[in-house]
Design a protein. Structure first.
Length: 159
């Protein structure tokens, strides 16, 4: 049953989940929650292209920006950086009060060695007014401060 498979997903057995959800796909392919879980399980089990295929089916059914965050993460792993950037920006555009897509953009810019954009994004993160403070948002802001300090230190040491 669906509850049994959801139990597998919730226990983070993503390889098993991706196999079991493949069986359920013909029946539940119009359910955005199912598509999200299936796409996420595929992402976690390293099946990035298939994950994006499944997640893109869920995009028209849901306004959850996490679809685009995971799509961006898949593109990042596939080294399709421009598509990753577009996906993270789309996630932010859907809900501009969320810090996480900006954090993912900062991490992307660091990955591709675009320090100017990384610092700009870090500054945006630091000045971002979060609606609900949490340890996750605090950690993202702390990491953004560390990025700025690191690159400013490197700038100073160049002269």
């Amino acid at each position: 049953t669906r509850k049994t498979f959801r139990f597998i997903y919730n226990n983070q057995d993503y390889i098993k989940t991706s196999h079991e959800y493949a069986i359920l796909y013909p029946v539940l392919k119009d359910n955005y929650r199912f598509l999200f879980e299936y796409g996420h399980a595929l992402n976690k089990s390293g099946q990035y292209k298939k994950s994006n295929d499944i997640l893109m089916e869920g995009v028209p059914l849901s306004s959850d920006p996490m679809f685009y965050n995971i799509i961006g993460n898949n593109y990042l792993m596939l080294r399709e950086y421009h598509h990753a950037e577009d996906s993270y920006k789309q996630a932010f555009n859907i809900l501009p009060n969320r810090l996480y897509p900006l954090y993912l953009l900062m991490k992307l810019y660091i990955t591709i060695n675009d320090t100017n954009e990384a610092v700009k994004m870090a500054e945006k993160i630091i000045s971002f007014k979060v609606k609900v403070k949490s340890s996750a948002t605090s950690n993202m802001k702390t990491e953004a401060k560390d990025i700025i300090l690191k690159y400013k230190k490197n700038e100073i040491s160049l002269y």
